[in-house]
Design a protein around this ligand. Structure first.
Ligand code: PGA
Length: 252
């Protein structure tokens, strides 16, 4: 049985003080989250170290929002996978649609970042998802599979079988309009079946999580779907009470 996973993506929000407040509130609330739910947060880079210091005795796992595609060296402004692993980061988000659209990250760049994370013993959280136009044109399956196969083409299937894939329809991110549980389930089932068919008999331990306007009010219905193993939560992860409620819903 795969443990469910809830990841809070804090994006570029807050200050050192609000990051510390948020992690302290989450720490206190974690007691009420069932033991078999894995919970991670992805603070801004500048706040991660302090957040780790404040949360070292809890079940809260740490994630990074981004990682360099380069290994080491004269790469101004970048943060490497080994640096992340060195300070206790467990997960790293790669291929988030904001990085694809605002920073022009291609499937190839995302695959390179995924590989860097994997070889540094970090668990990549690969984001895939279609835009509104692509959905309306009937290209949802093609888009998400192309994004996933870019990883398989770069490093093979094995690293994906222990990673996390987040289905995040671009039209649902930050809009308040989540995909319906059925829409999300349909894509998750597709991803799961492709992973199984590519797995060459190996165990598929990939956790498939949904992201895009997940809130306390819609999370239980999403988690009721067979192939949804958790959530990648943006806006709602900045409110400790709301985020903890989502985590609790994953336990039902
Ligand atoms: P949202 O963001 O929950 O604010 O829609 C999700 C994400 O971008 O991961």
């Amino acid at each position: 049985m795969r443990n469910r996973l809830i990841v809070g993506n804090w994006k570029m929000h807050g200050s050192m003080a609000t990051a510390v407040d948020l992690i302290m509130e989450l720490e206190q609330g974690m007691e009420s989250v069932p033991e078999n739910i894995d919970v991670a947060v992805a603070p801004p880079f500048l706040h991660i170290d302090e957040v780790i210091r404040r949360s070292s005795n809890t079940r809260l796992l740490m994630a990074a929002q981004n990682v360099s595609a380069f290994e080491v060296g004269a790469v101004t402004g970048e943060v490497s996978s080994t640096m992340l692993a060195d300070i206790g980061i467990r997960f790293v988000i790669v291929g988030h649609s904001e990085r694809r659209s605002l920073f022009g990250e291609s499937n190839e760049t995302v695959a390179e970042k995924f590989a860097r994370a994997y070889f540094s013993d970090l668990t990549p959280i690969l984001c895939v998802g279609e835009t509104q136009e692509q959905r309306e044109a009937g290209f949802t399956e093609d888009v998400v599979l192309e994004q996933m196969y870019a990883i398989i083409d770069r490093i093979g299937i094995k690293p994906l079988l222990n990673a996390v894939v987040a289905y995040e329809p671009v039209w649902a991110i930050g809009t308040g309009a989540s995909a319906s549980p059925e829409q999300a389930q349909e894509v998750h089932a597709l991803l799961r079946s492709k992973l199984a068919s590519e797995s060459e008999g190996q165990t598929v331990a990939t956790r498939l999580i949904y992201g895009g306007s997940v809130k306390a009010s819609n999370s239980a219905a999403l988690f009721g779907q067979a192939d949804i193993d958790g959530a990648l939560v943006g806006g709602a992860s900045l409110d400790a009470k709301e985020f903890l409620t989502i985590c609790k819903h994953a336990g039902k």
